[in-house]
Design a protein around this ligand. Structure first.
Ligand code: NI
Length: 165
């Protein structure tokens, strides 16, 4: 089922999501729905808070909706090592009609649990590293808006206020 994506400034997006320690049928269904939603919305990553569930679960596929050849589903992802910095432009399904240049770590090591709650570890760099960091930000209540300069953020807040009227 394709889920509704919450948009900034929805308060769920600003919450710190809770770790998962037990796999329930609801969580299994949520994984399937999140993957379907990510591909349908042409995203390369999605975090559970974006669909209204404040739990530490992300899915990502840097190959995108056309290829769909590198799907990863990770519970409780944690960055345990970082190396170097790189700046690039990012967009977010929850932050409409804007983008933001963000400096991220270049290479990272991510530890977490897979779909069966077995430990997994990913060493990544480049685009995948960036997507991981973006999605983990969501679990900590952060979006690309939190990376904007004060001026850019003020202008963006003004723009979305107009949409809400
Ligand atoms: Ni996002």
């Amino acid at each position: 089922m394709v889920l509704n994506i919450l948009h900034y400034p929805d308060p769920i997006l600003a919450q710190k999501a809770k770790p998962v320690d037990k796999l329930t049928p609801e969580l299994r269904a949520l994984i399937g729905d999140m993957v379907e939603t990510m591909y349908e919305k042409e995203g390369v990553g999605l975090a559970a808070p974006q669909v209204g569930h404040s739990v530490r679960l992300i899915c990502l596929d840097p190959t995108g909706p056309k290829e769909r050849t590198n799907l990863m589903v990770v519970f409780n992802p944690e960055i345990v090592a970082r190396e170097g910095f790189v700046e690039d432009e990012e967009r977010c399904l929850s932050v409409a009609e804007t983008s933001c240049k963000i400096i991220r770590s270049d290479k990272i090591t991510v530890r977490g649990l897979d779909q069966t709650l077995a430990p997994v570890r990913y060493e990544c760099d480049g685009y995948l590293s960036r997507v991981f960091q973006h999605e983990i930000d969501h679990l900590d209540g952060k979006t690309i808006v939190d990376h904007m300069s004060r001026l850019k953020r003020t202008m963006y807040e003004k723009k979305i206020k107009k949409w809400q009227i």
